[in-house]
Write a new protein. Structure first.
Length: 110
């Protein structure tokens, strides 16, 4: 389902891939049954390709990572969190357009 540059985040790799990352990280909290999430998927894949080598972009299935969804207060999906230095620097709710995702990741890359 995910594009070539889109990572899969899990509870097992979240610390190493997201919280300990030297690069900014965009995490798409989603579920396979969520229609808005499925519509957002190709946009997330495009952003992942555009930022390859500059930032990490990936998806976290909330059904398989309920503890992380609770920890970060995810109450509706899709929700995008942008991390920098292990901290959330931006939260985006809903199926948004590509420019909003690009802007959030660009800001985190500064």
């Amino acid at each position: 389902m995910a594009g070539t540059h889109t990572l899969e985040f899990t509870e097992a790799n979240f610390q190493s891939e997201v919280l300990s990352s030297a690069q900014p990280v965009m995490v798409d909290f989603w579920a396979p049954w969520c229609q808005p999430c499925l519509r957002l998927g190709p946009t997330v894949d495009k952003v992942a390709t555009a930022f390859a080598g500059k930032a990490k972009v990936g998806k976290l299935n909330v059904d398989q990572a309920q503890n992380l969804a609770m920890k970060y207060g995810i109450q509706a999906i899709p929700t995008i969190l942008v991390f920098k230095g292990g901290q959330v620097v931006k939260k985006i709710n809903g199926a948004v357009q590509e420019p909003e995702l690009v802007a959030a990741l660009t800001d985190a890359s500064k």
